[in-house]
Structure formats: C-alpha cells, structure tokens
Design a protein around this ligand. Structure first.
Ligand code: ISJ
Length: 361
C-alpha cells in the first residue's frame, strides 16, 4: 500500500473547516441515553455519533455491552439528529449486524488490530461494501502491526480507511491509561500523510482532566479528527466513567481548541523559521559529535574490561548516571521522562559498542 491523495476522499467529502469530531458514550446503555446524548451533540462540530455495542473488557464480570439491540437505538438517534453513526466491530457477525442496521463507519478495536486472522475475517465480511473503516492502534506499540491491519483491509478492496490513535499499554504506570507514544503516529504520518488520523484522547487519558490537552497536542501535530467519549451523566456511566465528558464540555472544548494550519505564506515567518532551523541543525550536529565521542570512550572502557574479564553491564555506575542526569535535566527544563528515555537509549548503544569490542577476536 502506498500513500495516495485518494485515501482522504471520504474525509474530504465531509467538507469541514474543522477536524472531524466523533463523539458519544463509551457504551450504549439504553435507548433514552443514546438518543439524549445524540441530541445534545447535534448542532455542534460533531458529525458522527459513536457508541460501543459489544464491549471487550479486560476482565470478565464487567458490563459487556447491550449487543445488537443497541444498533437499533443508534439508528433511531441517527434518524432524529442526522448524525452519522459508528461502532466497534470485532468479528464478522458484528460486521453483518452493523451493516444491517445502517451503521456508517466501523472501527476496529486495539485488541482486534493485533490479530491478522480476525482482521482478515472482518475484511472478508466487508467485501463489496464502501463502508469507512477506522483502525485503532494495536495495544502494543508496533507500527507495522497497525499498518499491517490497514493494508490487509486495503488489499481486500476497502478503500475508505483511517486510523485512530488510542495509546499503547505499558508495563510501567504513567499518568496515562495508555501511553500516547506520539512518535508512532508521527512516523505513521510520515509514511501515509493522506491516511486520516484521528485521536481517541479518552482511552489515552483514562481520566477527564487531561483530555483537552491531548486534543490540543493532536491538533498541533496535524491530526484530522477527534473521537471523544461523551456521556450526559459521566459519573454514572456503565463503563469508563472516569474518562467521559459531557456533550456541553466537548462543545466548549471545540470552541477553545486552536486549529493549526500546516504552513504559513508569511515571509517574516519563513525567515524566522529558517534562521531557527539553521540553529537546530548546528545543535543536532553537535549532538552527533558528542554521542560519537561518548561511544569512543565506551569502546575504550570495553577494552579495559575485556582485559580483566569484567562484565559489560555495571548496574551501580549506570544507576548513578541515570539519577544524576535526571537531576541535571530538571535544572535545565528537561523532563524526567525524556532524560530516562534518552539515557536508556544511550546506555543501550554503549552496551552494544562494548559487546562488539568484547566479542572481537
Ligand atoms: C561505560 C560503562 O559500561 C556500561 C555503560 C555505561 C555507560 O554508557 O555510561 C555505564 C555502565 C555500564 O553498564 C562503564 O562501566 O562505565
């Protein structure tokens, strides 16, 4: 699959002067709830109503969705508000029921994207339709798995495609429910600039107080849309209560968010940008020289260790460096998260260098 302008045709057809907004409850709970939320979202920037019908849960015993009945409620909501509808499908039976009930856009969840078998089954079930399918990132931070699922659908002749960034699970606990790992969707945009990219801030955040910030970051990174979990009474939602916001809050967010353009024709802006970018280029070259120098020193340490048959990894020394660098970084405005990532990468490269020295005949 190659990048093509046509990849964004389905999105362009919305003819919007703002990002595409998909909103609605985590789960469809009752007909009244679905219709009520849809009505509160109508006459705003929201174009598509979302609701989970089948809810794959991490552990059994939680509310697992109302099932096919909820699709009828979404149809009613669509008739009453004119909003399009979207839901998650996780198998061919879901696809069949969604098609029967006139769901406009289907999305594939993070736990489904990880399985090429199921993606193929879903692709087969969609053959011959012109539905738009949005593929959420897989739970693990793996761009090729994500793009593999998209490609599989594309090859099965499903041409109206998009991706949803919902964050990635991580072993280490952070302030996010799912780590954003912004680098992955940035890489994805590099390879497929015309594949519509939508942020799901709700699943990244897991809590409502950082949703606005995530949305703004996405707009700063040229995302094409937002999919936000929205409930008329978030605290009493049957699933994901902590991360849902009210329709009124979302409507206010859409007023407060700054929509960026990718370029500006202003000559003054171009001059300033060129000047600063030249300074970045110089700084980057310094970084490379410095890293190369550090690795040459590490190679020397490798030789000394080899002579004495001492192990490459020196945990005590490494922890001292890490602790010191976090403190140093803090003083010059570099986040702990960044310092840890940076130095872990530097340490790994240093180890690779020493390994090479140790293994050399
Ligand atoms: C360079 C060394 O070897 C390894 C690499 C380190 C580094 O790159 O800073 C630190 C400790 C060791 O795990 C060393 O022992 O000092």
């Amino acid at each position: 699959m190659e990048n093509k302008k046509e990849l964004r045709n389905w999105l362009d057809e919305f003819n919007l002067d703002h990002p595409l907004v998909i909103a609605g409850p985590c789960s469809a709970e009752t007909e009244e709830q679905v219709v009520k939320i849809a009505k509160q979202l109508k006459d705003s920037d929201v174009s598509v109503l979302r609701a989970g019908i089948w809810k794959p849960r991490t552990r059994p015993g939680n509310f697992e969705g109302v099932g096919a009945l909820g699709l009828k409620w979404m149809k009613t909501a669509k008739e009453e508000t004119g909003l399009l509808t979207t839901t998650e499908v996780a198998n061919p039976n879901h696809v069949e029921l969604a098609l029967e009930n006139d769901v406009d856009i289907l999305w594939i969840g993070a736990r489904t994207t990880v399985s090429p078998f199921i993606i193929q089954e879903i692709a087969d079930a969609l053959k011959g339709t012109n539905k738009t399918v949005l593929v959420k990132n897989p739970v693990n931070p793996d761009l090729s798995l994500w793009l593999g699922a998209v490609e599989r659908l594309y090859t099965a002749d499903i041409k109206n495609l998009g991706v949803i960034h919902r964050g990635f699970s991580a072993y280490e606990k952070t302030k996010y429910r799912n780590n954003p790992e912004w680098q992955i969707p940035i890489d994805l945009q590099n390879r497929f600039p015309d594949l519509p990219l939508i942020l799901d801030p709700s699943h990244i955040a897991g809590r409502r107080d950082i949703i606005f910030d995530l949305c703004q970051t996405a707009l700063d990174l040229n995302y094409d849309g937002l999919m936000v979990e929205t409930h008329h009474d978030p605290d009493n939602a049957w699933s994901d209560a902590a991360q849902q916001i009210t329709p009124a809050t979302l409507i206010q967010f859409m007023k407060d968010l700054k929509i960026r353009k990718e370029i500006s024709e202003s000559v003054d802006f171009q001059n300033k940008l060129n000047n600063l970018r030249a300074q970045i280029d110089v700084a980057d070259n310094h970084l490379i020289d410095l890293l190369a120098k550090r690795m040459r020193i590490s190679d020397e340490i490798g030789k000394v260790k080899k002579d004495q048959n001492v192990s490459v990894l020196q945990t005590k020394r490494w922890n001292e460096i890490l602790g010191n660098m976090v403190l140093e970084g803090e003083q010059v405005g570099l986040s702990e998260e960044f310092i840890l990532r940076l130095f872990k990468a530097v340490h790994q490269e240093s180890i690779n260098h020493q390994e090479k020295v140790m293994k050399a005949k």
